[in-house]
Design a protein. Structure first.
Length: 70
């Protein structure tokens, strides 16, 4: 009975799946913090950049529509 108990403890101690999952969770939290911080710091520049891209896409659509109407 003691041998089975010790064998089960050894099997549990050698099972690294839980440790690996915890490591990935810590890594994911780190990535979320870094990306969130970058977005918070660069929010005005990102907003301006995406607005400019939107304006350019709208202008190009207007040009294509005008060309097709001719």
């Amino acid at each position: 009975m003691i041998r089975k108990f010790l064998a089960s403890i050894r099997g549990t101690a050698s099972d690294r799946k839980g440790v690996t999952a915890a490591e990935y969770a810590i890594l994911a939290v780190g990535v979320v913090i870094i990306v969130g911080s970058a977005v918070a710091v660069f929010a005005p520049q990102l907003r301006d950049a995406f607005s400019e891209v939107g304006v350019q896409i709208g202008s190009q659509q207007d040009r294509v529509a005008a060309s097709a109407a001719r």
